[in-house]
Design a protein around this ligand. Structure first.
Ligand code: COA
Length: 343
């Protein structure tokens, strides 16, 4: 048997830079109320959302990702040519092949960086971060660009009062690179496919493409509805509140720290009541800064954690070197939680 050389990477990995892109159009709850029977007060009190951003025609998945990535690369203080791999997490890029990551890598000028997409719903950022850490430590890439990007407005049924107000569009990106000390903790992640029906697409693309009016959901005008994300809100809510607080605690334990050691908590931005409940269950002390970006961003799935991280750093609510717990959870159901040092 031939002896194979071991691969050689950095001793540890860290997030070196972060960037975000929020579409120009800000959509207040009043716009949502044009199509559903609800109220601004109900949406604010039940979800925490006041406004969200919706992408225009030019703000494609690739375009938003490139904007966010450019900022992350600049923030990391490297050149695009130093990126060895581009990982894009999205569920709202409508062209299945090729991966949008290759177009993004090319337009950023990464040279021949490895590039691929992953589908892990609202846990997508944590999944990408975990892959990136592995690549840096294993040595297959010195720097990895991890992007979470969504145009969920394309997959929102504006007549569905359970979801019409929830989703937003945007992109967040981080550069992961070498570190002399641990700065991305062990990931606690997993999937619960037995609950896959609780968040899903209303109709698969092939059935939608057949255009059979008798088999497909119709809107109030009698037109076939475009596929959208549907969810069993209460079931997902309960799962998030009870199970995800446990996963968050496991990530703290795995990193060898307690809630007292934390500076920042950046949970997936799905519902402000889920966030508040996790803060309580985890007994986070007063000094911990909690991301509540959902108020003005809505739920942007894979983009929500890096967008919230970027905003906390930009506003000075968090600072470089802070210890943050990040946790994503959503369609699958899937989840991923990790303790990181902020860039
Ligand atoms: C969607 C969500 C905000 C709904 O909040 P909720 O408190 O669970 O609401 P419910 O579905 O229990 O409905 C409560 C009441 O409000 C009503 N309601 C539902 N949607 C409404 C709306 N948009 N406006 C006004 N009332 C509404 C219901 O009809 C119900 O009325 P009833 O008590 O008279 O029967 C909440 O379930 C949620 O955030 N779920 C998790 C979302 C999530 O994490 N998704 C993950 C994706 S990654």
């Amino acid at each position: 048997m031939a002896k194979i050389k071991p691969s050689k990477g950095a001793p540890y990995a860290r997030i070196l830079g972060v960037g975000g892109y929020r579409p120009a159009r800000v959509v207040p709850n009043e716009v949502i109320l044009e199509r559903i029977d609800s109220s601004d007060e109900w949406i604010r009190s039940r979800s925490g959302i006041e406004t969200r951003h919706w992408a225009g025609p030019e703000e494609t998945v690739a375009a938003m990702a490139i904007e966010a990535s450019g900022k992350a690369i600049a923030d990391a203080g490297i050149d695009a040519g130093q990126i060895g791999a581009v990982v894009v997490s999205t569920v709202s890029h409508f062209s299945q092949t090729p991966a949008v990551a290759t177009e993004i890598a090319d337009k950023l000028g990464t040279g021949k960086a490895a590039a691929f997409d992953i589908s892990a719903g609202c846990a997508g950022f944590g999944y990408g971060l975990t892959l990136a850490k592995g690549m840096v430590v294993e040595g297959s890439a010195e720097h990895v660009l991890v992007i979470g990007v969504e145009r969920l407005s394309d997959l929102t049924d504006l007549e569905d009062r359970a979801t019409a107000f929830l989703f937003g569009d945007g992109a967040g990106a981080v550069v992961v690179g070498p570190s002399d000390e641990p700065a991305i903790g062990p990931t606690v992640w997993g999937s619960e496919g037995d609950k896959s029906a609780t968040i899903k697409q209303t109709v698969p693309w092939d059935r939608f493409a057949l255009g059979d009016v008798s088999q497909l959901p119709l809107d109030s005008q009698g037109n076939i509805k475009f596929p959208a994300i549907t969810q069993e809100g209460q079931a997902v809510f309960r799962w998030a509140v009870f199970e995800m607080a446990k996963v968050a605690q496991q990530a703290l334990d795995a990193a060898g720290i307690t809630a007292d050691d934390l500076d920042v908590f950046i949970p997936h931005q799905a519902n402000v009541r889920i966030i508040d409940s996790m803060v309580k269950t985890l007994k986070l002390p007063e000094h911990v800064t909690v991301a509540r970006d959902i108020r003005t961003t809505g739920n942007t799935s894979a983009a929500s954690i890096p967008l919230a991280m970027e905003r906390l750093l930009a506003t000075g609510e968090a600072k470089s070197g802070d210890t943050a717990l990040v946790i994503g959870f959503g369609a699958g159901l899937v989840y991923a939680a990790t303790v990181v040092t902020l860039p």
